[in-house]
Write a protein that binds this ligand. Structure first.
Ligand code: MN3
Length: 238
């Protein structure tokens, strides 16, 4: 019986029909984009985000976005010589793999730099605090908007604080690895922070409790960095 089953399987495999599933992935290209090290240790965000989650998130998920983006760029001469931001701005007219993996690379690079060790991120600078009050009533109002936008995102995506062309702040959400810099984004603007609400960002620690993750995440937000981004964005529109 076992022999028959083996014969059956090897016969099936010999047809070549299953070759794609066992084919080797092409060699990893070494550019044009590279995966930078995290700006802190894997365990730096504990207990909010555990070291194992950070290790897998950065070393496997983010690395895969970079590798797949590089493969796409190397295979398509028309995409070569552009910055990541230029690719984002025209994501809608490029192959979907560029939108997904380019977005994945931009979003995660931005995300790592948005965070710091728990309770060391300070508070919004006065100009940012004033803009938050104007748009959301208070910092708690912003947090409530992020909680509801993050919870409402079905499946995988991101929740963002952005500054629009009029200088006003807004909370938005994008699906998959889209971001507010993309031409395809429903609401466009300059991202000031983004939080990853893919399950891979929180599942080991929080399982299905996305709202608990969203609440805990405030402890690791680097408000100095977010305030700097806001200052730069305001300088550009003035
Ligand atoms: Mn992620």
């Amino acid at each position: 019986m076992i022999v028959e089953r083996r014969t059956f399987l090897s016969g099936i495999l010999a047809t070549g029909l299953f070759a794609p599933a066992i084919a080797q992935t092409p060699p990893t290209p070494d550019g044009p984009f590279t995966l930078a090290d995290l700006p802190y240790a894997f365990n730096a965000l504990e207990p909010v985000i555990d070291a194992r989650t950070m290790e897998i998130h950065h070393g496997r998920h983010h690395r895969a976005y970079v590798d797949n983006l590089n493969r796409a760029i190397q295979a398509t001469p028309a995409l070569q010589g552009q910055t990541l931001e230029q690719l984002m701005a025209r994501a809608g007219s490029y192959p979907v793999t560029v939108r997904n993996n380019g977005g994945g690379h931009w979003n995660h690079t931005f995300f790592w730099k948005t965070m710091t060790a728990p309770d060391l991120g300070g508070a919004p600078a006065p100009m940012l605090a004033a803009a938050i009050d104007e748009a959301f009533g208070s910092l708690d109002g912003l947090k409530a908007a992020v909680a509801s936008s993050g919870a409402a995102r079905f499946g995988s995506g991101w929740v963002w604080l952005i500054m629009g062309p009029d200088g006003r702040l807004a909370v938005t959400s994008t699906p998959n690895q889209d971001n507010p810099l993309m031409d395809v984004a429903e609401v466009k603007g300059v991202p000031l922070f983004g939080n990853d609400v893919w399950e891979h960002a929180y599942y080991l620690n929080y399982q299905n409790r996305r709202s608990d993750y969203l609440t805990a995440w405030w402890r690791v937000v680097d408000w100095r960095r977010v305030s700097e981004r806001h200052e730069q964005a305001v300088a550009i529109i003035r």
